[in-house]
Write a protein that binds this ligand. Structure first.
Ligand SMILES: [Zn+2]
Length: 457
């Protein structure tokens, strides 16, 4: 009797182990098969790494960005458009990890969970993908960045459609340069800097400090300060670019007074600053269409008072991604809550299954409606009194904030601008960063201006 019982238990355990094994492998297959299929050791793959019969990728206006003809992957006929769209579309390889030809390779090549790549071509063809980007705007961004390294991110703050996500340096996916791994000019070319790179945000971060202050300091808008260009905070100097004179809260943002915002950060303390920064996307990944961004970073856990002061003006160890900064501007333009960005309008399934319909998704609020409306007005005032509305566009009414973030002891700085268009017809939020661009006003605004002009043309 006892022996029978032992055997029963043994059989039960073996059965359980068997099913656990099946479950493990099924889950593993479900999660990873689409990645395994594009591995080079897969014998089904050819020179085009499985793309030779893949579906067509279109931009928002049905311009063909990539298609397969006679067993070869062919990209757009204009070299500038090919380079401009590289980080969104990808190339034949999977080197650009966030490009759709990498992330969605199994979808566009017709990989099937049950049948693998083994389905007949007649059934398999037609996995076309329609993107939200506008190749004309991509090209304008690529040309405006020129030989600089940097990124442009523009999206519709009402619908979430990303119309531009450009990154430089780039290369031609149709003729991948043979010296790409050794030539300095291609350094980091596989990285989409709009989402996968984080930079010191400099004064664009004053939008975060402003939000925290409006939230937690009573009557902060009436707080005045006479800036003579520097002040000792926590025993060490905080400097402004120039003496900013007599300021209230709105004027302090418009003239970008470092001391004013450094003092706010210290008054609020690390807890309040961290909480607000995290509410606005810092220390989290931004995920859209299965593509993950790098994290923006706000960490003052080891900061002394002077460090905390510098963090309030986007220096110290603060880092931000362009997509994050664009979403902050989008929140301000959209009553405090940013619409989540997206890139893929639909994927036409070979199986005849319905295409994925995108729904507008509003993210959690970064600030109250009242604070959003105050910041809206302040960014409007900043452009009007400091940059000039015409520096952005002759036709679009733009609200913005620049940043010039020091990144080394030699005084070179990254140039930033983030903002949004007021026009109901052009509800776009944007962020531009130019590495070592040295001036948000002189370097980043002209890039934003070219890109915005290409939208309204
Ligand atoms: Zn100042």
């Amino acid at each position: 009797m006892k022996r029978t019982q032992t055997r029963s238990i043994l059989i039960l355990l073996m059965t359980l182990a068997f099913f656990a094994g099946i479950a493990y492998h099924t889950v593993n297959l479900w999660y990873h098969s689409s990645q395994w299929v594009s591995q080079p050791q897969n014998a089904h793959l050819s020179d085009s790494n499985g793309l030779e019969k893949a579906g067509t990728i279109y931009d928002r206006n049905d311009v063909v960005l990539a298609q397969s003809v006679d067993g070869k992957r062919i990209y757009h006929e204009d070299e500038a458009v090919r380079k401009a769209c590289l980080h969104v579309v990808g190339d034949d390889s999977t080197n650009i990890s966030t490009a759709v030809q990498t992330v969605y390779r199994s979808d566009i090549t017709g990989y099937h969970f049950i049948f693998g790549l083994g389905l007949p071509d007649a059934i398999k063809s037609g996995n076309n993908m329609k993107m939200t980007i506008d190749s004309k705007v991509q090209k304008a961004a690529y040309e405006a960045l020129g030989n600089d390294k940097g990124a442009v991110f523009v999206y519709n703050y009402k619908t979430g459609e990303i119309i531009c996500m450009a990154s430089t340096p780039t290369y031609d996916p149709q003729n991948v340069p043979s010296d790409i791994e050794t030539n300095d000019k291609y350094e980091g070319a596989y990285i989409n800097r709009a989402i996968s790179a984080a930079y010191a945000p400099g004064s664009t971060f004053k939008l975060v400090t402003s939000t925290a202050a409006l939230n937690s300091i009573a009557n902060v808008e009436k707080r005045t300060y006479d800036c003579d260009g520097h002040e000792k905070i926590g025993g060490k100097e905080i400097n402004c670019f120039e003496p900013n004179g007599h300021l209230d809260f709105r004027e302090a943002l418009a003239r970008s007074c470092n001391v004013y915002f450094a003092r706010l950060a210290v008054d609020m303390g690390p807890g309040t600053m961290t909480k607000q920064a995290e509410k606005m996307g810092f220390n989290h990944k931004i995920v859209f269409d299965g593509i993950e961004s790098e994290k923006s970073v706000y960490d003052v856990s080891k900061a002394n008072t002077n460090d905390l002061a510098w963090s309030g003006v986007g220096q110290y160890t603060v880092l931000a991604t362009p997509v994050n900064m664009a979403m902050i501007s989008a929140a301000i333009a959209n009553n405090g809550a940013p619409v989540q960005p997206y890139l893929i309008e639909n994927i036409e399934r070979f199986s005849g299954a319905p295409a994925t319909e995108h729904k507008v998704r509003v993210g959690s609020a970064m600030m109250s409606k009242e604070i959003a409306s105050k910041l809206y007005e302040m960014m409007d005032y900043t452009v009007e009194t400091n940059y000039g509305k015409s520096s952005f566009s002759d036709t679009l009414d733009v609200c913005a904030k620049t940043g010039t973030a020091e990144v080394d002891d030699e005084g070179t700085s990254h140039a930033w601008v983030t903002g949004f268009c007021k026009d109901k017809e052009y509800p776009y939020a944007f962020a531009v960063v130019v590495e070592h661009g040295n001036s948000g006003f002189k370097t980043a605004i002209p890039v934003a201006a070219s890109v915005l002009s290409s939208i309204s043309d």
